[in-house]
Design a protein around this ligand. Structure first.
Ligand code: TYD
Length: 140
């Protein structure tokens, strides 16, 4: 079993929130609010009602997911248990370590999911087969 640092754990991370009557502002800084260096950002939007995203794990990539607008749920499966995190505010997000099976569901109309990731995009970092995921987890 490999060692897990406290900061490597799956968890909700609250972001700084600068309240202002002109509008609020929140911040993500690498190695400060989130425990990795940011190599990539992408966002998921215009999700039709009832659609799901994800359905895979990454061998190396860590992610931080924020609902910049609207709401959705992230279901995380570590190979043993499933946890559902509801994201619906832009001042916190979900830190997802590598090797976690994730699904994003229940997108509200006009929701916007920001994902910042620790790696450049590589198709071979994906584990898209659930039984392969379980095999990899059991050999950790
Ligand atoms: P994918 O990660 O499978 O989407 P999701 O997990 O949200 O359902 O990505 C969908 C497609 O977009 C896939 O063909 C790969 C491509 N893609 C990139 O080219 N670069 C990226 O950084 C990401 C995240 C996806």
């Amino acid at each position: 079993m490999s060692k897990i640092n406290a900061e490597d754990k799956l968890r909700i991370i609250n972001l700084p929130k600068i309240l202002d009557r002109r509008g609020n502002l929140s911040i993500i800084e690498e190695m400060k609010n989130i425990p990795f260096e940011i190599k990539r950002s992408f966002w998921i939007y215009d999700v039709p009602g009832g659609e799901t995203r994800g359905g895979h794990a990454y061998k190396e990539t860590q992610e931080f997911i924020v609902a910049l607008s609207g709401s959705f749920d992230v279901v995380i499966d570590d190979g043993k248990t499933k946890q559902t995190f509801s994201l619906n505010r832009s001042y916190y997000g979900l830190y997802v370590p590598k090797l976690m099976w994730r699904q994003m569901i229940n997108f509200s109309t006009n929701s916007l999911a920001l994902v910042v990731a620790s790696t450049e995009y590589k198709a071979d970092d994906y584990i898209r087969d659930y039984s392969e995921f379980l095999r990899v987890k059991n050999n950790e």
